[in-house]
Write a protein that binds this ligand. Structure first.
Ligand code: PA5
Length: 445
């Protein structure tokens, strides 16, 4: 399945104290499984794959087929936070690194919008849209989030002016609440095909709903294989045992946080395809645990690149962090270093070796150096980065997040702090209804 190895924490651990964190994590596991903890009305994510209706998958696949039939070669997926990062991370993890440059035509290119408010970004997106055959997936659970709403207004106008209003309704799909929100109302009015984000699934846990599955399928990936991995992980992680990888991960990170003063967790990868898995993970853990004045700050590095930037700090800077290394046993492609007669670069000692072997030795060498430098190491290992195992890994992190946040003593499923910036932004933008707040904030600047 997936392995969690905490050997790299041994020298930092007092066995008796650690045992008490395993017990806390086992109790947190019970809370999650008996569904009686804080936020228990948001546990729909636990069984999404096993409960998935075939008809939903068929609908997703038929949208993909209809867009391909129309010659669509650019799909703009609009969303932010949990309505963006799941699809983005799966597509990046499974795509050829140079798919765009190779101009592969086997699936439409999926690009993302609504995850920022940059005018340049949207203007340049429209430059691209001018040259391509465009469709759009607009995703917002609440249906009222500003960033995607602004992007959608622009993309909708573009599609309508290019293809006409009737055809636009065939090229726009909305994923939103079943009943409420501006996006639901608009979709009904315009006749868009819609998918529902279930009430009991929060944004950052929604990758295995149509929020993630539709963009992933449109980009050409096998969502059934992804869900097979999720089902496998769901079965394996539901066993209450101290060796359950979710319990090991939750217990160790809470131990390091509370007993060793490790306030920062760095998710480390050695494959650029995992960069956005780390972005997704940061949202998952940051929003789930960072509240009530507590929580581990989730950070990430992409190695070996970041060994030449952040490596110095991790080795010798403030001793506030531990690392969780995403280890992948086998590369899916083969590239061997050749013998060179001149050997000017002095690399003949590597002749005949796979590049991935060097990558693994860099990883191992770094981990030992970081342990020596006071940075505990957790390893999360999968055999290879394929669709099924990616499903396993993402579900593992979701489940472990629930266990870990309950171990920490916070509600994993709310995010009250996200509202603060919105209030200020609306006040500064002079949104009707915010008059008092506008006056107050203007006095402060
Ligand atoms: O995890 C969350 O709930 C948030 O990050 C949301 O996903 C994000 O704010 C986007 O919200 P919405 O889908 O309602 O536009």
């Amino acid at each position: 399945m997936l392995k969690v190895n905490v050997k790299g924490c041994e020298s930092f651990v007092d066995a008796d104290k650690y045992e008490s964190y395993v017990n806390k994590a086992l109790a947190a596991f019970d809370t999650l499984q008996s569904e009686n903890g804080a936020g228990n009305d948001f546990l729909g994510w636990k069984h999404l794959a096993t409960d998935m209706r075939e008809s939903v998958l068929d609908d997703i696949e038929s949208i993909r087929a209809s867009w391909i039939k129309k010659g669509v070669d650019l799909v703009i997926a609009i969303g932010i936070g949990g309505s963006y990062l799941g699809a983005k991370c799966v597509i990046e993890a499974l795509s050829h690194n140079f798919a765009r440059q190779l101009k592969r035509k086997d699936a439409p290119e999926v690009v993302f919008a609504g995850n920022n408010l940059s005018e340049e970004y949207l203007a340049e997106l429209m430059d691209l849209a001018q040259e391509r055959n465009v469709a759009c997936i607009v995703i917002s659970k609440s249906g009222t989030t500003t960033e995607p709403a602004v992007a959608f207004r622009i993309v909708k106008q573009f599609i309508e002016s290019h293809y006409g209003k009737k055809e636009a309704s065939q090229r726009i799909v909305a994923i939103t609440d079943a009943q409420k929100g501006a996006l639901k109302t608009l979709s009904t009015q315009e006749g868009y095909k819609t998918f529902v984000v279930p009430d009991n699934v929060g944004g950052r846990f929604s990758v295995f709903t149509p929020v993630g599955l539709l963009p992933i399928a449109v980009a050409g990936f096998d969502i059934r294989a992804l869900l097979d991995g999720v089902k496998k992980a769901e079965r394996a992680l539901s066993v209450k045992h101290p060796d359950n990888p979710a319990i090991v991960y939750a217990a160790m990170r809470n131990y390091l946080f509370s007993e060793q003063g490790k306030k920062v967790e760095i998710l480390v990868n050695y494959n650029p395809k995992l960069t956005y898995v780390a972005e997704w993970w940061k949202q998952l853990y940051g929003e789930s645990e960072g509240k009530d004045g507590t929580g581990i700050f989730p950070a990430s590095v992409n190695n070996t690149a970041d060994l030449h930037s952040m490596g110095q700090f991790i080795q010798e800077g403030s001793r506030v962090m531990f690392e969780t290394v995403l280890h992948v046993d086998n590369a899916q492609r083969s590239m061997v270093i050749e013998y060179d007669k001149q050997n000017l670069d002095q690399l003949n000692f590597l002749a005949g070796k796979h590049v991935e072997h060097c990558n693994h030795m860099a990883e191992l060498g770094t981990r030992i150096a970081h342990i020596d430098g006071g940075v505990p190491q957790i390893e999360v290992a999968i055999e290879t980065l394929d669709t099924k195992r990616l499903g396993i890994m993402l579900y593992f992190f979701e489940f472990a997040c629930g266990v870990s946040a309950y171990t920490l003593g916070v509600n994993p499923f709310n995010q009250p702090g996200v509202e603060a910036y919105k209030k200020n932004m609306f006040a500064l933008l002079e949104k009707p209804g915010y008059e008092e707040a506008t006056k107050a904030i203007q006095e402060r600047i």
